[in-house]
Write a protein that binds this ligand. Sequence first.
Ligand SMILES: CCCCCCC/C=C/C(=O)SCCNC(=O)CCNC(=O)[C@H](O)C(C)(C)COP(=O)(O)OP(=O)(O)OC[C@H]1O[C@@H](n2cnc3c(N)ncnc32)[C@H](O)[C@@H]1OP(=O)(O)O
Ligand SMILES: NC(=O)C1=CN([C@@H]2O[C@H](COP(=O)(O)OP(=O)(O)OC[C@H]3O[C@@H](n4cnc5c(N)ncnc54)[C@H](OP(=O)(O)O)[C@@H]3O)[C@@H](O)[C@H]2O)C=CC1
Length: 281
Amino acid sequence: MSALNSIFSPALFKDKNVLVTGGGSGLGLRAAREFAALGATVFICGRTQEKLDRAVKAIHGEGGRVESVVCDIRDRDAVVELMQTVSDQAGKLDILINNAGGQFPAPAETISAKGWQAVIDTNLTGTFNVMQAAFNKHFRKKGGAVVNVIADMWQGFPMMAHTGAARAAVDNLTKTLANEWGRHGVRVNAVAPGIIRTSGLETYDPAVRPMIEEAGKQNQAARMGTEAEVAAALVFLASPAAAYITGATLRIDGGQSIFHPLYPPNGERVWPAFDDENEKP
Ligand SMILES: CCCCCCC/C=C/C(=O)SCCNC(=O)CCNC(=O)[C@H](O)C(C)(C)COP(=O)(O)OP(=O)(O)OC[C@H]1O[C@@H](n2cnc3c(N)ncnc32)[C@H](O)[C@@H]1OP(=O)(O)O
Ligand SMILES: NC(=O)C1=CN([C@@H]2O[C@H](COP(=O)(O)OP(=O)(O)OC[C@H]3O[C@@H](n4cnc5c(N)ncnc54)[C@H](OP(=O)(O)O)[C@@H]3O)[C@@H](O)[C@H]2O)C=CC1
């Protein structure tokens, strides 16, 4: 069935139910399409009905099974209800892709109290709300797999102090919950995308886009990542191929997070003569 040229077996997620938060757009939508194409029944959630409706239409158009639920992950009660809806409609949840999130670029000194709180509530508390509710309703008894989507914040996250702090916290939560829930058969991992060309980037102020375009080339691939490249990692970590992987964070960033001044991106070299010497046939 797959219109996505997936390298994974088409029945990989047959009889599996997957929840993708923020599945109405960008990375979440791409992941939802991949899971559906690989046989899963997919639930997507987000705050905006129209976005979810468009996503459902797209996945149905590809022959996939998908349901949508409007839910703000910051609202604990709504998240508990979301898990009940999955239970009522599908009986169980097997995989959680904790992808919903967002922030706004701003120098730290300008972030308002409300702005800080909104980003922490969304990316840290919201992500925790969904994991906790999924565990209590579904995973405690039957196990499952969680993949959290965080960000490349290992060198700090200039212009993104709020989300850098929240994502570092989720990196740590990933390890904590992998330990706490392992005995219940639950694996908890994360992916850390670098800069990925998605519709999400278009929500940012046009004034910062040139900076993002430039930052997107600062990696060994010298380009932004694609939604498909992140979705492939999400599928892998959620699949039985990753049965022995838990508490890990996979960086999908073309090497952005391991930037080294001796080997900057774009093939530039600090000592070209040395390089030329080595490259003689
Ligand atoms: C910088 C170079 C490197 C770039 C690397 C990029 C890597 C990451 C990319 C991505 O993640 S892609 C996109 C993901 N999608 C988004 O980020 C979408 C946009 N973000 C959101 O919707 C966030 O979830 C939100 C901002 C937390 C929205 O929360 P909420 O709906 O509650 O927001 P509001 O009620 O509108 O605002 C609350 C509070 O926040 C302040 N605020 C919002 N936007 C801005 C802004 N652009 N600049 C300054 N402040 C902002 C807003 O003003 C409110 O505070 P007060 O004004 O009332 O004090
Ligand atoms: N693109 C990139 O370069 C990178 C992205 N990321 C992260 O990856 C994830 C996906 O981003 P991307 O696809 O690029 O951007 P999008 O903005 O397209 O995706 C974010 C999704 O999350 C949903 N969402 C946001 N806040 C909430 C909330 N409180 N409750 C429920 N759903 C919510 C949005 O839907 P709605 O607004 O309808 O609620 C939207 O569908 C985000 O966490 C993002 O920060 C991380 C690193 C880099």
